[in-house]
Design a protein around this ligand. Sequence first.
Ligand code: ZN
Ligand code: ZN
Length: 294
Amino acid sequence: MDISQPRIRSLVRQANKVEESGKRAAAEQLYQQILAEAPETEAAWLGLARVAADPSAQEAAYTRVLELNPENKEATIGLAEMRGEPVPAAWRMEAKPESEPKPKAEKAKATAVVAHDDHVEAYEFACYRHADRVTSLRCYTCGKPICVSCANKTSVGYLCPDCKREMEDKFFNAKAADYVIAALVSFPLSLVAGYLIWRLGGGIFFIFIMMFVGGAVGGVIGRLTKKAIGGRRGRYLPYLVVTMMTLGVIIPGLPLLVLLLVGGPAAIAGSIFTLIIVGVYLFVAGGSAFYWMK
Ligand SMILES: [Zn+2]
Ligand SMILES: [Zn+2]
């Protein structure tokens, strides 16, 4: 039997692990890759029979196991169950010791051995998105093999594109209504802040003040908005709030901005401190709100 080869044995073990972690589709792919290489591998056919999504593929896999080894009880039982045939109760008990809880110490020991083996043997599968690219990288969540260009490096391991998207979806949990609420909360606050900023008047001193005040004001707007949407995160929510804050500055400033435009360079020079203060406010407060909305 091909399973005597250490390489195939290691691949089967890796596929078993993926199967045990509940990733049936990924495990099915791995078993199929093993069988493409070593079609006589009884353990891979058995694994395929357990995880195959298609019942006819499952039945065919069980049949193949029994062709290779007519004594295989798991396959006999599996096939009988699929066909609705009776199975002797004693057989059932004997063939499924795996499902019974193992003593803790034994389990820990088994894991240690597997971990050790993985360290020693690094065998390769084809990327699940690029059949022509061989890789030893694996997604740490679903276990599927991924090539270098598909792998997203994270602090805990490589992530496949599917799992990455799934994680982002979980991370960005804001609903559509949260965007409306965020706009409704942040816009009036930004307008009030913007109105007051234009009233402040100029002077170099105020520029320094604004570096601290701006951060505090942005923090208040960001935190209140975040609270109003139940602390949820949205991919575009920070940008939305910064946009509201920008509008909150531009709208109350429109009369002066128009005057400055009409007045030309001389008028702009006359209000230069006010303009700088407003700019500093927008930069510091916007950054602070953006941070709180993330
Ligand atoms: Zn790839
Ligand atoms: Zn994955």
